[in-house]
Design a binder for this molecule. Structure first.
Ligand SMILES: [Cu+2]
Length: 222
């Protein structure tokens, strides 16, 4: 076989592979699920996962400070900018690893506002417990409590969202708790801030409380 014939044969084989894979590829694409229409996508609920941890090194004079993080793609990311879709129910889960309470600057932040029913489901090791029983596969579960308000002195942090300085969302967060709520916001740029006195300094308003990506940031609603 001459080199030229070999090249031609190789080309013919490559061409037929491309042709066959083209046909089957076409069939696979045609048989694949259709992309959902935009309207269906935009009406779907959105899951926002926030995590509060405490062992974050702030600086040598302040030491460790608490900080909010956003779970994205299985990783903890900065909370400096939180992006969520607009006019869509957002299911927010706040997991608070902070076991201490800080209190709040103003009693209004003890109220749950801007969530569905103005309530939050609070789950922690005190209010979720179980009792052995002969029914229910051997366990009776008491699962958290739905709160529209919490004692101000127990608050560890809040997730509070402002629009032009006005509170549009306030979720008080208790120590060592996981909280669940749903809210919907129209598109726009908002500010978020923790209103717990969780920072450093004599009033707990310094350190993390002044720092973007720690206890403050922007919420971009698209
Ligand atoms: Cu805080």
């Amino acid at each position: 076989m001459s080199q030229e014939t070999g090249k031609v044969k190789t080309m013919a084989i490559i061409a037929s592979i491309l042709f066959v894979s083209g046909i089957f590829g076409g069939i696979l694409i045609a048989k694949g699920p259709l992309n959902p229409p935009k309207t269906a996508q935009s009406s779907a609920a959105y899951q926002l996962d926030l995590v509060i941890t405490t062992n974050n090194w702030y600086n040598n004079s302040v030491g460790y400070q608490p900080a909010y993080f956003v779970v994205q793609g299985g990783k903890l990311m900065s909370s400096a900018t939180i992006s969520i879709p607009g006019n869509v129910p957002v299911f927010v889960t706040i997991t608070d690893y902070d076991n201490g309470s800080a209190g709040v600057a103003s009693p209004q932040y003890a109220n749950v506002t801007g969530t569905s029913g103005n309530t939050v489901l609070i789950v922690n090791n005190t209010n979720v417990n179980s009792t052995a029983s002969s029914a229910n596969q051997g366990i009776n579960v008491n699962g958290g409590y739905l709160a529209s308000q919490v004692p101000a002195s127990l608050i560890a942090h809040t997730f509070t969202v402002f629009s032009d300085g006005k509170v549009v969302l306030n979720i008080p967060v208790l120590p060592s708790s996981v909280e669940f709520a749903t809210f919907t916001l129209p598109p726009g740029h908002y500010e978020w801030h923790c209103e717990g006195l969780c920072g450093s300094g004599p009033y707990g308003l310094e350190g993390a409380m002044t720092a973007v990506g720690w206890m403050a940031g922007t919420v971009i609603v698209n």
